[in-house]
Design a protein around this ligand. Structure first.
Ligand code: PMP
Length: 398
């Protein structure tokens, strides 16, 4: 048995962490993983999570399986993206289901898309989070790219993006990052989102928002949902995957939500029942502990306020590190243009380094990042920023 099985290629992101862990250099830096760390480089358990943990301690988990805990999570999650006063939320005209974090929500949707729109394809921004390709490929949905990033200008290739929307067959599925685009850190402006939404309407495209970093672009949760709310205002049917891995630091708990807007509550019930059927055959139901944590945070105004403040603290630290990194590079008289580090938002900086420069950073400085030059700014600290700047200067100078 299994003689025909050979090792799968390493995942570009987890492969970086493995190599980092094996490195014994004391100055090593992991800029691969998009997980928030504090200024000491340590992963953070947010205070809001500790308070939620205290609130649910002693809870009978078996009981919660039979109670409304999963609908509570969904109710609170949809308020975050569509807005608590939105008609869809008030009317309940959405199909919402708890999911195994953002990845699981995307996987459920991909399966749902294939079942109910067989033969349809999905358009991804170029580039996108590498796992999007794996997820839709495994669901056997054909994948296409649409223009997004302009590698020369290090910004959005807006005209090419609009052309691709116009040229796609009517009624195509598009995956959009509503904020803090991974890996580029480049988001459309409000005006550009309005234009994108306009052309989606003209073409009757379906927008699927993958929301893995709400809060991480601007530090404000509502502001980061602006793109979704523009589409909502324009009357689109929307699908949305939400993850609490980053903005609540709950990676290991795998808490997420998938919601799909529907014409009315009856259609919503039908769509939800199909999503539940897919989930049931894939993994039964998700673990309940993280769901209780997230619903306790979102459902308690005091803990929720604390969470909002903590999101801002994380974002401010990342912004500070962007500014300090540029300052350090300027002090070293780097002739390379690094301004995009400051302009980009969210957890990542799409550095523009070549694969050769990335290899040199790893071999000569024990600094790890994905081969596309994406640096997780969450791994930059007051203690390592000048070491990083010096290394970047060394590998980029003529
Ligand atoms: N979407 C995007 C764009 C991401 O960057 C990530 C995490 N890297 C996810 C979804 C899913 O993350 P998780 O499954 O941990 O919620």
């Amino acid at each position: 048995w299994w003689n025909h099985v050979f090792p799968a290629p390493k995942d570009p992101i987890s492969g970086v962490t493995e190599a980092f862990l094996a490195d014994t250099c004391p100055r090593k830096i992991n800029l691969g993983v998009g997980a928030y760390r504090d200024d000491e480089g340590k992963p953070v358990v947010l205070q809001c999570v500790r308070e939620a943990e205290a609130k649910i301690s002693g809870c009978n988990f078996l009981e919660s399986v039979f109670s409304k805990v999963s609908s509570k999570l969904v109710e609170e999650s949809v308020k975050l993206v569509y807005g608590k006063d939105s008609e869809v939320v008030k009317e309940g005209s959405y199909a919402g289901i708890q999911a195994i974090s953002g990845t699981g929500a995307c996987r459920l949707f991909a399966e749902f898309q294939r079942r109910f729109y067989p033969g349809s394809q999905i358009y991804f921004p170029d580039p996108t989070w590498s796992n999007h390709h794996n997820i839709w490929r495994d669901a056997q949905v054909p994948r296409r790219n649409f223009h997004y990033y302009d590698w020369n200008a290090k910004g959005l290739n807006f005209s090419a993006l609009i052309d691709d929307i116009k040229n796609a067959p009517d009624g195509s599925f598009f995956l959009l990052h509503p904020c803090a685009h991974n890996p580029t850190g480049v988001d459309p402006t409000e005006k550009q989102w309005r234009e994108i939404s306009y052309w989606f309407k003209v073409k009757n495209h379906f927008p699927f928002f993958d929301t893995a970093y709400q809060g991480f672009a601007s530090g404000d949760l509502d502001q980061d949902a602006q793109s979704i709310r523009i589409f909502l205002e324009d009357g689109h049917w929307i699908g949305c995957a939400q993850s609490f891995s980053k903005n609540m630091g709950l990676y290991g708990h795998r808490v997420g939500c998938l919601s799909i807007l529907c014409a009315d509550t009856e259609k919503a019930a039908a769509v939800k029942s199909q999503l539940e059927k897919i989930a049931r055959a894939m993994y039964g139901s998700p673990p309940v502990h993280g769901i209780l944590l997230v619903s306790s945070i979102l459902g308690d105004p005091n803990i929720k306020r604390l969470w909002e403040k903590e999101v801002k603290v994380m974002v401010d630290r990342i912004q500070r590190m962007r500014a300090t990194l540029i300052e350090s590079l300027t002090k070293l008289s780097s002739s390379h243009d690094w301004e995009h580090i400051k302009d980009q938002v969210g957890m990542f900086c799409y550095s523009g380094l070549t694969p050769e420069q990335v290899n040199r950073l790893r071999a000569e400085f024990s600094i790890y990042m994905t081969r596309d030059g994406r640096m997780s700014m969450a791994g930059v600290t007051t203690g390592n920023v000048s070491y990083l700047a010096n290394a970047l200067h060394e590998v980029t100078k003529a």
